[in-house]
Design a protein around this ligand. Structure first.
Ligand SMILES: [Zn+2]
Ligand SMILES: [Zn+2]
Length: 188
């Protein structure tokens, strides 16, 4: 896999990966923890799609600039999927904050709070994994067939359904696979 783009957070990379998938390029988003640079998220594609993917990422950034508000809503993690025990305490008054990523002020003391950063500071970025399930990526048959995926044997699956068996080697495949790739720790 090759990196088509890098984003500060996983939801942003996932939105970008979804954009590529809807344009027919198989992509996945992966959180990368770099000991030196902190964590970031990458959009990865097959090497053979890299040039097209990078061009589409330019388009994506332009569209994103036009839709800034929607974009913020879309990439905000859905904290309702989290274990309620992860709800952080307000740093000012210690009251437990609701699991709401859009919360700007503590309901008790009105001090500004950022629920997402409080959870990450306390439990690490992996605590948010449950919020990033690819729940709303509903591709139709046509979009799935258009995806430029390859079987592990190298055979192109373009034009074939989303899941099936490879006509070349007979192995079962699933084109979409996990949209949100595995978390990895980079070697320095
Ligand atoms: Zn408070
Ligand atoms: Zn194959």
């Amino acid at each position: 896999m090759a990196t088509a783009a890098t984003f500060p957070t996983l939801p942003e990379a996932a939105a970008a990966a979804e954009y590529l998938i809807r344009s027919g390029i198989l992509a996945s988003a992966a959180q990368v923890n770099d000991v030196w640079k902190g964590s970031s998220a990458r959009v990865e594609v097959n090497q053979s799609d890299l040039e097209r993917a990078r061009a589409l990422m330019d388009e994506f950034h332009k569209e994103k600039a036009d839709l800034q508000d929607d974009w913020e809503d879309q990439t905000r993690p859905d904290l309702s999927a989290l274990d309620p025990a992860l709800a952080p305490a307000c740093p000012n008054c210690r009251s437990i904050l609701p699991l709401d990523a859009s919360l700007a002020n503590c309901p008790a003391c009105r001090e500004p709070v950022d629920v997402v950063s409080l959870i990450v500071a306390r439990h690490g970025p992996e605590a948010l994994d449950a919020c990033y399930e690819p729940h709303d990526l509903n591709l139709n048959e046509r979009e799935l067939e258009d995806l430029h995926a390859s079987c592990a044997c190298g055979y192109s699956l373009h034009g074939l359904p989303g899941t099936g068996t490879c006509p070349e080697c007979g192995a079962p495949y699933n084109k979409i696979g996990p949209l949100f790739g595995d978390r990895r720790d980079e070697q320095p």
